[in-house]
Design a protein around this ligand. Sequence first.
Ligand SMILES: *[C@@H]1O[C@H](CO)[C@@H](O)[C@H](O)[C@H]1NC(C)=O
Ligand SMILES: *[C@@H]1O[C@H](CO)[C@@H](O)[C@H](O)[C@H]1NC(C)=O
Ligand SMILES: *[C@@H]1O[C@H](CO)[C@@H](O)[C@H](O)[C@H]1NC(C)=O
Ligand SMILES: *[C@@H]1O[C@H](CO)[C@@H](O)[C@H](O)[C@H]1NC(C)=O
Ligand SMILES: *[C@@H]1O[C@H](CO)[C@@H](O)[C@H](O)[C@H]1NC(C)=O
Length: 369
Amino acid sequence: MQGLVLLPVLLCATYHIALSATNVTVADGLLDNGNFEQAPNASNMKGTVVVGRYAIPGWVNEGFVEYIKSGQKQGDMLLVVPEGAYAVRLGNEASIKQEIKVVKGMYYSITFSAARTCAQEERLNVTVAPDSGVMPIQTVYSSSGWDNYAWAFKTQSDAVMLIIHNPGVEEDPACGPLIDAVAIKALYPPRPTNKNIMKNGGFEEGPYIFPNTPWGVLIPPNIEDDNSPLPAWVVESLKAVKYIDSAHYFVPQGRRAVELVGGKESAIAQITRTIVGKTYRLSFSVGDANNSCAGSLVVEAFAGKATLKVPYESKGTGGFKRAALRFVAVSNRTRIMFLSTFYTMRSDDFSSLCGPVVDDVKLLSIRNP
Ligand SMILES: *[C@@H]1O[C@H](CO)[C@@H](O)[C@H](O)[C@H]1NC(C)=O
Ligand SMILES: *[C@@H]1O[C@H](CO)[C@@H](O)[C@H](O)[C@H]1NC(C)=O
Ligand SMILES: *[C@@H]1O[C@H](CO)[C@@H](O)[C@H](O)[C@H]1NC(C)=O
Ligand SMILES: *[C@@H]1O[C@H](CO)[C@@H](O)[C@H](O)[C@H]1NC(C)=O
Ligand SMILES: *[C@@H]1O[C@H](CO)[C@@H](O)[C@H](O)[C@H]1NC(C)=O
């Protein structure tokens, strides 16, 4: 009698365990306590310094890590936090880590907010073994002082350890960078179609963008890294490009686009397969993001050795035009690249770099040129 009652209960329990075991991978969005709003216990704090490796819920910290409340003062600097009211600061050689359940063999991108404080050469080393990337956070692109950075990796197991490390060796450990929101997003490698040889030509596939930070996501220079947070594209050159969305900016097509914020020092590129001797047409949109980036903007497009300069008179209020470049392929692989000829500053704050927007990049061969 008892066995009969027990059996369905057991079955039910087994079913639940099986279900949760196959469905525990991380969802797109903030990591566990990704915005650091869950505070360490008072007993784990000594002033602003976090005491103990497991004090910050969700995270493991090493070295000199501070827990910062928005509005806190440092010298004559007021610390402001983009997501919620709390952030962490990483001192020299300090790091924060979190284990993340992922799907083995997949690509993921990490987006995090960081702000430099008083150090001269601030950088952050982001690691998911065996990959790691060093992000320079010296150049500030937003007037708030906070920027969002993206980095991507391919998983080799179903659990990975994300480490954000400050490799700095400043005299004043309180000069380390501030970290706030940390989020993840699964990336799906885009394929070329019969309508477009470019992959991810509309930039729709890319890193997570926080709904409440209106300053886009920087795609850092990515020279050695195959795992681009902007699938199929790489950032060649020294400076980042900015990934923007239609929730916060004017975007020519779809929901996402790229703003070339670093003048000639920030270029995006993609290597495409072409057939030697065939004629191709590269078409794309050039515009402005409705972010007070006014002036005579120019985008330079390259398709192998063929180039085109596209001038765009921006009022800074959003808009775009189409441009096209015809070329005959001279190689099996043609490098398609875009950069901005000039540096431009936003006319509303005169301090943040801005630039032309590129979107909706299409490449097709022409049958009867
Ligand atoms: C996990 O759950 C989500 C939402 O219920 C579902 O869409 C997804 O397919 C599940 N994944 C696995 C691996 O079972
Ligand atoms: C904070 O204190 C409570 C109660 O003592 C304890 O249950 C909890 O695990 C502590 N949290 C951390 C992150 O140490
Ligand atoms: C970044 O961190 C990883 C893992 O700790 C390390 O292997 C790598 O050398 C570091 N890179 C730099 C430039 O410090
Ligand atoms: C530009 O932004 C302003 C203010 O947010 C908005 O009213 C306007 O519609 C936007 N323009 C475009 C073309 O999106
Ligand atoms: C093009 O690719 C073919 C096959 O992969 C190769 O044999 C040929 O040498 C390549 N030609 C050029 C110009 O790279």
